[in-house]
Design a binder for this molecule. Structure first.
Ligand SMILES: [Zn+2]
Length: 369
């Protein structure tokens, strides 16, 4: 319930800011009447009204649930968090949809069939209408019992025939109004050709390690590159380093990225130097839990990345300790009882964006470059 409280208190802050702006505008008009029209029209067309992409990084306690809402109010949810916990993760996703002003999720993309990604799908579907599910096809990890359980529950959900279904392939563009979402990896395959504007040599490939082929669902992850105007956002689910090399070496098929949703919750199996230094993000956001994700060597790689302005975390990581965790203002959930705080990124087509921490109620702006 704390998540709901946080959403409400943010709305109060926004409302009080608007009220202050109006009061200031009225005073200004009384003193400088010739400029009054300009002030009132600026107040009416506040940039918070339209033209924004909103991204909610929902706390799934070390799982993933990231909601994108376009200016046209179309929505894409990448992953549904964990099963169980009385629908905790599904409830948090529904709270985010309310904050975003939507009553349906158009597309739910399941990166892969591990329980921290697809596990919450049945609980979510019981709480909010969903249009289309997108995934990589078949579960490839039939030896893992928890994976088989959530896969079967997902299959049962699909068998109701209430939903459209897309099996994603690298190079596909998802039919979402207001942003471009291109599939860059799925079911172990990656883009065969660089994306437009990408394809340069990646200098971080020279001394790169050789990574063994991952045998789990992680390397099957559906990876998506989202562009909104000039802004580029990368979400590779739990894609492993062996697959990252296919995308990034010797040619960088993705190009530079503004916002990197840190793969695999910041665990060591993902985020090779070839990926991170090749995409050179301005901001990285890690969807780790207190006890899940966040390997010290991954922090070191991300924080040395050229051009990185900030790394944000959904949780303080016990493994990272004070030496590796970022300063508290960049953490949604510090040590202590489970609070379910979220991060919200609001972007404009010119490439500028801001990150709001629902715990601190503070916003960090990032001007267009
Ligand atoms: Zn995961």
């Amino acid at each position: 319930m704390t998540g709901l409280f946080s959403f409400a208190s943010k709305q109060r802050v926004v409302a009080s800011r608007i009220l202050m702006a109006i009061v200031a505008g009225v005073f200004f008009c009384a003193v400088f009447s010739s400029l009054c029209l300009a002030v009132s029209s600026a107040a009416v067309t506040s940039p918070s009204d339209k033209g924004f992409l909103r991204i909610y990084f929902i706390d799934a306690e070390g799982g993933q649930a990231t909601l994108f809402v376009t200016p046209e109010k179309q929505s894409l949810l990448i992953d549904t968090g964990w099963p169980g916990y009385d629908g905790r993760d599904a409830n948090r996703i529904v709270s985010a949809t309310k904050e975003a002003g939507i009553s349906k999720i158009d597309y739910v993309l399941i990166t892969h069939f591990h329980e921290d990604h697809v596990g919450g799908a049945p609980q979510l579907a019981a709480r909010i209408p969903i249009g289309t599910f997108i995934d990589h096809g078949e579960n490839r990890e039939s030896t893992d019992k928890p994976t088989m359980q959530v896969w079967q529950a997902y299959q049962q959900l699909m068998s109701t025939r209430k939903y459209k279904h897309i099996v994603a392939k690298p190079g596909d563009a998802l039919p979402i109004l207001g942003m471009r979402a291109t599939i860059v990896s799925a079911d172990g395959a990656v883009l065969s050709d660089p994306l437009p504007g990408a394809g340069g040599e990646n200098s971080s490939c020279k001394n790169a390690e050789q990574y063994p082929a991952d045998q789990t669902e992680n390397r099957r992850s559906v990876g998506t590159l989202i562009t909104f105007g000039k802004l580029r956002i990368l979400d590779l689910g739990d894609l492993t380093k062996d697959e990252e090399m296919q995308l990034m070496c010797p040619k960088n098929k993705l190009g530079k990225i503004d916002i990197y949703i840190v793969s695999h919750h910041g665990w060591v199996q993902s985020s090779s130097p070839a990926l991170v230094y090749g995409i050179a993000p301005r901001v990285a956001i890690m969807d780790n839990g207190a006890k899940k994700g966040g390997t010290p060597s991954v922090w070191d790689i991300i924080e040395k990345s050229p051009g990185l302005e900030n790394l944000w975390q959904l949780h303080f990581s016990e493994e990272g300790g004070p030496a590796h965790n970022v300063p508290a203002e960049f953490i949604a959930n510090p040590e202590g009882p489970d609070a379910g705080n979220y991060l919200e990124l609001t972007a404009q087509p010119d490439g500028s964006f801001e990150v709001f921490n629902s715990r601190t109620q503070k916003t960090q702006p990032y001007p267009a470059k």
